[in-house]
Design a protein around this ligand. Structure first.
Ligand SMILES: [Zn+2]
Length: 68
């Protein structure tokens, strides 16, 4: 697929494309993309592998994803 857009329309096009992209995701995946890691919470959920761990550790024990 080829997409040609004029410069002024670029921002709008990006927005539309992002909406289209989100439509292809499951509700769970959308939630994951919008998830914010709360370091003040007693426990947090890794947005990559959904492992629940204590945020005092700056690294996910499940997948090794680093935070901060
Ligand atoms: Zn993880």
């Amino acid at each position: 697929m080829e997409l040609a857009v004029a410069g002024v329309d670029l921002a709008d096009s990006m927005e539309v494309m992002q909406d289209t992209w989100k439509k292809n995701l499951s509700p769970e995946e959308i939630a994951a993309t919008e998830m914010v890691v709360d370091f003040d919470a007693e426990q947090t959920t890794c947005p990559a592998c959904m492992t629940i761990f204590k945020p005092e550790t700056p690294m996910c024990p499940g997948c090794g994803l680093r935070f901060g």
